[in-house]
Ligand binder design. Structure first.
Ligand SMILES: CC(C)=CCC/C(C)=C(\C)COP(=O)(O)OP(=O)(O)O
Length: 411
């Protein structure tokens, strides 16, 4: 069975029939049963990861500051009683069942090979120095294995893993981990130089060595440059260029979050959701074809309908991150943002209601992608069909990884 044929309802054999069934189910408000849920994601333990406090105009900045102060006062892992699902055994278990495909394969041997090589590479670049045990435990190799089931090639998976880890390191080092040295006032300067690692600046000869030194002196920039070089062994220039574009967009998102942090701004739900489209896993998802060993053409990738579908999927995948990382973010001494927090703030609802509402929003986006992808598959190229199937598979692998990774489950 092709990956694509698993995107839509399995009962209807014909593509058009499947599309009609999907559209009708959505229009009638029926809730198609989700594909089999994956181990560890079904528990519905209510958590209180969100704060209560004063409401009304102008109070969100105060709440941000108060939350940060409370976390600092509570110390590592601490928090007001009943304010978060912070007991390690409960971590990740407050996530409601999500409408999300299952991971299409589990190959621990392949995952470990990719992970070992990825950690070795991280050590060479200098990212996460002194924290490599945590990187190993988070098992980004497993994420690549789960999210790209149409490649058994560890080196292709490694190339994608390097890109992902370098993008994550950019976030950790520059944006939201003060223990890794992030400082909001430096964010724009650092992102500007980091982008140069991805899209080299052609300087006059006299100035090139100084810039080259800047590139080599910073582990994040070393990692970004090295990751793109590895990917270029497998990707066509148009695919590398696609990644550059997605990384540029990602960096805009990093800057937006930095601006919120700097001025103590709590975004509205619509503002946050638009942000989560750009500060998202799209740079990872965009590699589905390069990792799979084929190329979706630049024109088809840029088709607004394809863009809409792919960005919708990327937002959904990133909301999975929001749901699974709530506890990690609550325990952090830094100011963090996630959808449940933003929903609770705007809707003045309980933490549990905000989590449920966030899960509904996620599900709506996955249904939307499913419908859009089914329609596109009818008229698109074989490469587009395979790509959309790859995006679907990425969603399943992503959720499976989040449900088990020590990054979110407090190992
Ligand atoms: C791999 C990649 C493209 C990452 C970029 C965006 C990113 C860091 C996430 C989508 C994860 O969000 P967040 O900042 O909340 O990260 P963690 O929860 O700390 O993993």
């Amino acid at each position: 069975m092709s990956l694509l044929s698993r995107i839509t309802a399995p009962t209807a054999p014909h593509d058009v029939a499947r599309l009609v069934a999907t559209l009708l189910a959505h229009r009638q408000g029926a809730r198609p049963s989700a594909p089999a849920t994956l181990p560890g994601t079904a528990a519905r333990r209510a958590g209180g990861a969100l704060p209560t406090g004063p409401t009304g105009l102008g109070t969100s900045a105060a709440r941000l500051a108060a939350r940060k102060a409370a976390r600092e006062a509570a110390g590592p892992g601490g928090g007001p009683a009943g304010d978060a699902p912070s007991a390690p055994a409960e971590r990740g278990s407050g996530v409601p069942p999500l409408y999300c495909p299952p991971a299409l394969r589990d190959d621990p041997v392949l995952a470990q090979e990719v992970n070992d090589r990825l950690v070795g590479w991280a050590e060479e670049t200098g990212i996460y120095a002194g924290r490599l045990d945590r990187v190993r435990a988070a098992d980004f190799g497993r994420l690549m294995m789960l999210a790209h089931p149409d490649s058994d090639d560890p080196d292709r998976l490694l190339a994608a893993g390097k890109c992902a880890l370098a993008e994550w390191a950019t976030d950790d080092y520059y944006c939201d981990d003060e223990t890794a040295g992030s400082r909001t006032e430096l964010l724009g300067s650092q992102l500007g130089l980091a982008y140069t690692a991805v899209d080299p600046a052609g300087l006059p000869v006299r100035y090139a060595p100084a810039l080259e030194k800047e590139m080599r002196d910073d582990p994040v920039r070393v990692a970004l440059r090295s990751a793109l070089a590895h990917l270029a062994r497998y990707a066509e220039p148009s695919q590398v260029n696609r990644l550059r574009h997605e990384i540029a967009v990602l960096f805009v998102g990093y800057g937006q979050e930095g601006s919120w942090r700097a001025r103590g701004h709590m975004p509205s739900v619509h503002e946050y959701l638009a942000h989560r489209q750009i500060n998202s896993f799209l740079p990872c998802i965009a590699l589905a074809d390069a990792v799979g060993g084929y190329a979706l053409g630049a024109t088809e990738y840029a088709d607004p309908r394809v863009r809409r579908a792919v960005t919708t999927a990327a937002t959904a995948a990133t909301l999975v991150n929001d749901l699974y990382s709530m506890t990690k973010e609550h325990d952090s001494s830094d100011v963090e943002f996630n959808l449940p927090l933003v929903v609770a703030e705007e809707e003045r609802c309980s933490p549990r209601e905000a989590v449920e509402r966030s899960a509904e929003i996620h599900d709506e986006l996955v249904h939307a992608f499913e419908t859009q992808a089914a329609a596109l598959a009818l008229t698109g190229s074989p490469q587009l069909r395979r790509f959309l199937a790859g995006v679907w598979a990425w969603l399943g692998g992503n959720r499976e990884w989040h449900s088990g990774s020590s990054r979110y489950n407090g190992a």
